[in-house]
Design a protein around this ligand. Structure first.
Ligand code: SAM
Length: 224
């Protein structure tokens, strides 16, 4: 069986009892970075495990190897560096290959940064559009243009290197929708967590005062 195991996005206390038990009892753990997962097991005082590293589309042969082990009856866990495997990280390809091979899969519920940001945003979240990381070049401008007419709350991930550029582009594209709310969620669940609630018109000023370090989720109100 393959168990998909979400891990904390910062605060170790967010690991679930079931996630701990599953990680402790499995035969091996499929992970992105063995050092990150090794450190997590150590901090959670879980027993050492065999790691199978998996980085994404380039590991086609590795996926076959994982399937063979599962078909022999082994219990493997899939984790990513943080949060829910497959959400903007390489987990998806393992799950899709294992699913196609007909091996049993269980998915544990757990943390994901965009869900934490949405729930803290105060914006309508019965429906939303999750975009992962915005494209860097191809399709970026067209996508940003669609924000002008999107009625659902939009949520996306951004790196500290690009956050200011992206927020500046948002302010430009949505200049004539100045009251639309933007929530910038930084370092969620961590010691320096910061949730900035602002509008398109005040975005530039907020950016000047904001610490541009750590991990970011951006939530944008839909068109009213
Ligand atoms: N699988 C993860 C999840 O379920 O949230 C996401 C992995 S993606 C490679 C990493 C991105 O998630 C970061 O660049 C950042 O945008 C966002 N992220 C992860 N942890 C975060 C945190 N504690 N606070 C804010 N954003 C976070």
């Amino acid at each position: 069986m393959l168990s998909i195991v979400p891990t904390p996005i910062g605060n170790l206390g967010d690991i679930t009892i079931r996630a701990k038990e599953t990680l402790a009892s499995c035969d091996a753990i499929i992970c992105e970075d063995t050092r990150v997962t090794g450190q997590l097991l150590k901090l959670l005082e879980l027993p050492k495990k065999e790691f199978i590293s998996f980085h994404g589309y380039t590991d086609a042969g590795k996926a076959d190897y994982i399937i063979q082990r599962l078909q022999k009856g082994e219990h493997l866990c899939l984790v990513s560096d943080a949060g829910t495997p497959g959400i903007s990280d390489p987990g998806y390809i393992v799950v899709s290959r294992v699913r196609a091979a007909g091996v049993k899969i269980e998915a544990l519920p757990g943390p994901s940064a965009f869900l934490v940001a949405l729930s803290a945003s105060g914006l309508p979240i019965n429906q939303f559009s999750y975009l992962g990381f915005l494209p860097l070049k191809k399709g970026r401008k067209t996508l940003l243009e669609t924000f002008k007419t999107e009625e659902k709350t939009i949520v996306f991930y951004e790196s500290p290197h690009r956050i200011l550029k992206t927020l500046s582009e948002l302010a430009t594209v949505l200049a004539d929708q100045s009251e639309r709310v933007v929530v910038i969620a930084r370092e969620l669940t961590k010691m320096h967590e910061q949730i900035i609630y602002t509008t398109i018109s005040a975005l530039e000023k907020e950016c000047q005062a904001m610490t541009v370090k750590g991990e970011f989720v951006v939530v944008l109100e839909g068109v009213r």
